[in-house]
Design a protein around this ligand. Structure first.
Ligand code: SF4
Ligand code: SF4
Length: 451
């Protein structure tokens, strides 16, 4: 019996870590591959040696080992959660889009907009003039300049721009008559067919809406949106491209997924208007809504340390687009998952790798009535103006960003299940992928320069 147990344990360890190393090769994770292969060889050894020995206390030692293994498994798998709601989760006032970096970067010196903005917000002038001296996003002088990747990203942004006049349109005067369940199910299935990873619906609330528009021709307009519902769509960002961040491919991928999510939103909004109901798509550069808050309330994830939406299967490795509408829909009842913030509280991996130190390593603090982390958007954007890309280093190293497969979903389940497992998962993530993982190599076809 003892011998059978010893052999079984050594086989389980061997096959588990061999499988891990195989998955790591597929995921192009060299450190995880080496370390899991090493464990596949080393960990079964004590059990095999014990099996082969005729050592006097073999039975006693085996029993102690079995006991320790069983206790560890119990400790990791028993559901223990102290994570709880830490108070109000919604901003007490609406966010003014004009204060975001995307808006401030559109201000041109000596224009009326520029003068007026800094007259009302003098505290930002020196900070903003600082990053204005740097090469800038997609600049040829930036440190991560890559001619083909930057030009490809520019082509995606150009295509998004050409879609901006399609976000609203005429509404069919004849209404179609389906139930809210039928509409919701159809849009969910269709948007996934179009490439969305997930789709959720919530009631549109005041805190979802910007107070004033901050971009393009709508700059300075008060946001007036009386739609009843908001539909959020998430699309996946390619892990391999993101892993090269802050290099050029990460910018290419961002632009591509802004485009893909935007196309889905525009198609769905047009479809709804054809059904006889108002609908407006909110896409890159043309938002009336704060997408992560809408997506959170639509049940698609939680907000983590980086201030981004953390989805259950891909973490922050997504882009979001939204459609607001009056089409009768079935809302997703949000089930808050406080374990995400509990994991963020101990992890801090994004904060450790951030080249601009823009992510807080401290505990959450109260901002506008919410207990949360806030990234320093000026520091982050300033780095983008040096690198020329939107960096993405933080998203890439997040333990939740690993691919959606059995191995990582087992870990995600454990993280959700137990506070002890969360500490164990973080230790293992550091061991297999590194505490400060290095950016991945840029694929050769993306890394060529003119001769
Ligand atoms: S890297 Fe860690 S701390 Fe940062 S968002 Fe991801 S889980 Fe949270
Ligand atoms: S995108 Fe880069 S600079 Fe910005 S917060 Fe993330 S890691 Fe830091």
């Amino acid at each position: 019996m003892i011998n059978a147990c010893l052999i079984s344990i050594s086989l389980v360890l061997f096959f588990f870590f061999s499988w891990f190393s195989l998955v790591s090769i597929i995921e192009k994770e060299p450190l995880a591959f080496k370390r899991s292969l090493l464990l596949a060889i080393i960990l079964p050894l004590p059990f095999i040696l014990l099996f082969a020995s005729s050592f006097q206390f073999k039975e006693l030692l085996s029993l102690i080992l079995f006991g320790l293994i069983v206790l560890s498994i119990f400790a990791l798998l028993i559901p223990i959660n102290f994570s709880k709601n830490t108070g109000c989760e919604n901003p007490q006032s609406q966010i003014d889009e004009r204060n975001t970096m995307f808006s401030r970067r559109e201000l041109t010196n000596k224009t009326e907009k520029f003068e007026s903005y800094y007259k009302n917000n003098p505290e930002y002038l020196a900070i903003d003039n600082d990053w204005r001296k740097k090469p800038g996003l997609m600049s040829e002088k930036s440190s991560m300049y890559s001619p083909l990747a930057f030009t490809a990203a520019d082509a995606s942004f150009f295509t998004i721009e050409s879609l901006r006049n399609q976000v609203t349109g005429d509404v069919n005067t004849t209404k179609k008559n389906f139930s809210n369940i039928e509409y919701t199910q159809f849009i969910k299935k269709w948007s996934k067919k179009l490439g969305a990873i997930n789709m959720g619906v919530c009631e549109l609330q005041k805190h979802h809406l910007y107070s004033y528009r901050g971009r393009g021709k709508e700059y300075g307009n008060k946001v007036e949106n009386n739609h009843k519902y908001a539909i959020a769509f998430t699309v996946e960002m390619d892990k391999d491209f993101l892993a090269t961040g802050p290099a050029g491919p990460t910018l290419m991928e961002s632009a591509q997924q802004y485009l893909n999510s935007g196309i889905i939103a525009i198609q769905v909004a047009k479809f709804i208007r054809e059904l006889g109901y108002e609908a407006c798509a909110h896409i890159d550069g043309d938002y009336e809504v704060v997408c992560p808050l809408v997506a959170r309330d639509a049940g698609l994830g939680e907000i983590g340390r980086m201030g981004l939406l953390m989805t259950p299967k891909l973490g922050p490795r997504i882009r979001i687009a939204v459609v607001t509408t009056n089409l009768p829909l079935l809302i997703n009842k949000r089930k808050p998952d406080y374990t995400v913030q509990s994991f963020c509280a101990i992890c801090k991996k994004c904060a450790n790798v951030c080249p601009s130190q823009a992510i807080s390593k401290n505990n959450k603090i109260e901002i506008e009535g919410i207990n949360r982390w806030q990234i320093n958007q000026e520091k982050c954007f300033s780095y983008w103006c040096t690198s020329g890309t939107d960096c993405g280093r933080c998203m890439s190293v997040c333990p939740y960003s690993h691919p959606n497969n059995l191995l990582h979903n087992m870990v995600r389940w454990g993280i959700k299940n137990s506070v002890i497992f969360r500490h164990f998962a973080l230790f293992m993530d550091d061991f297999f992928y590194g505490r400060k993982p290095k950016p991945a190599k840029i694929p050769a076809w993306l890394n060529i320069f003119p001769k």
